[in-house]
Design a protein around this ligand. Structure first.
Ligand SMILES: NC(=O)c1ccc[n+]([C@@H]2O[C@H](COP(=O)([O-])OP(=O)(O)OC[C@H]3O[C@@H](n4cnc5c(N)ncnc54)[C@H](O)[C@@H]3O)[C@@H](O)[C@H]2O)c1
Length: 348
């Protein structure tokens, strides 16, 4: 593996590695950018077939965190860590304490949080050896489940798109098709329902779709039909790459705005949406509500302040839509430009 080639490819300066023979810890902390503040991002604890994939995962994810933090205006840079899941039996407590000591040694340049494979219990273990951790228990200043905040931000983003496209302040009577009604999708549907929107949903888990039908009156359609629902807004809230060569021609909506990460299979699909006259709310800008909440936890958790910041996602999405129209450019590119401008200003 050529580490420096990977760093160059992902535009990096700083990556830390730790190995602890006693616990089996093999961990990487990627710090993409700290110009706006200490790097904040989750810790992944999964099996990697080889360590190069672990490094690439950390680099890719940390870079995304820089963009998400910067577009939202929180005083943080982008970081991410991965712990390679040991192939043999291990002591989870000892492993996460060793990881916590590694994070502590970075002196606050990186603040860790939950991600795939880690839990609040793991964050509590890390907390026993360092203060540079979020996602801890509420009685220790933790902010709890981020999903409702992510959903709140997505709802505000949808409202901004509706204002821009339909010149309306309300989403009452509008039809929203939601792909995936898991943690975020369900909370989003609940808010949209309370505001008088009509819902159509699809989920690979029939119980989740059924709950949206039972509790919120959502119509349930088969998975492949969610793209072609005749609606105003399509909200991808399942996995990545929902917007691709297959799905985009099927869309009948004027707005795509949802919670999923990496919604565009490739950036050219952002161009394709623009050419079809569909307003796309860039994923990392609209789904940052959970990150805003966790960042507030690091500053000293205050639910009211957190909500106020999440509500501002409305202004961010509206600004992106307006600039994209003026520049005749796709929204994903405008979002990247706004971030790069902020980082350049911070560097000066
Ligand atoms: N949880 C958060 O706070 C948060 C923050 C930012 C971004 N996101 C992103 O939002 C998305 C949803 O996150 P979540 O926490 O709600 O996850 P989740 O796993 O709780 O929900 C995802 C739902 O999508 C369903 N699903 C999977 N594949 C599907 C398909 N092909 N068609 C229809 N439904 C499908 C699953 O059954 C599940 O109900 C993810 O992409 C996640 O990365 C989440």
């Amino acid at each position: 593996m050529n580490v420096f080639e990977h760093l160059q490819q992902h535009d990096y300066g700083e990556v830390h590695f730790a190995r602890d023979a006693a616990t089996g810890l093999q961990a990487i902390v990627a710090i993409h950018d700290t110009r706006l503040g200490p790097a904040l991002g989750g810790c992944r604890f999964i099996h990697y077939p080889h360590e190069e994939l672990a490094l690439i995962d950390a680099l890719r994810l940390a870079r995304g965190m820089t963009y998400k933090a910067a577009i939202t205006g929180i005083p943080h840079g982008g970081g991410k860590s991965v712990i390679i899941r040991p192939p043999r039996a291990f002591d989870r407590g000892a492993l996460f304490r060793a990881f916590g000591r590694f994070v502590d040694g970075l002196g606050g340049r990186y603040i860790t949080a939950e991600d795939s494979g880690t839990s609040m219990e793991d964050m509590e273990t890390i907390r026993s050896v360092t203060k540079h951790v979020t996602g801890v228990k509420p009685e220790h200043g933790g902010s709890g489940d981020p999903s409702p905040y992510t959903a709140l931000g997505v709802r505000r983003g949808i409202e901004a798109c509706v204002k821009f496209v339909y010149k309306r302040d309300s989403i009452e009577g509008l039809h929203v098709a939601v792909q995936g009604v898991g943690h975020v999708g369900y909370w989003l549907c609940k808010q949209l329902h309370d505001l008088g929107a009509k819902l159509t949903v699809a989920d690979i888990d029939p119980l989740k779709a059924e709950r949206a039908h039972r509790e919120l009156g959502a119509e349930v359609v088969p998975l492949d039909q969610i793209f072609s629902v005749d609606c105003e807004v399509f909200a991808p809230c399942a996995l990545g790459s929902a917007l691709n060569d297959d799905s985009i021609p099927k869309l009948k909506c004027k707005i795509v705005a949802g919670a999923a990460n990496n919604q565009l299979a490739e950036t050219r699909h952002g161009d394709a949406l623009m050419h079809r006259g569909i307003l796309y709310a860039p994923d990392y800008a609209i789904n940052a509500g959970g990150l805003v909440n966790v960042a507030q936890e690091h500053a000293g958790y205050d639910e009211q302040k957190s909500r106020e910041r999440v509500l501002k996602i409305y202004d961010t999405i509206l600004e992106i839509a307006e600039r994209a129209e003026r520049a005749m450019q796709p929204t994903y590119r405008i979002a990247d430009t706004i971030v790069e401008e902020k980082l350049a200003r911070a560097a000066r």
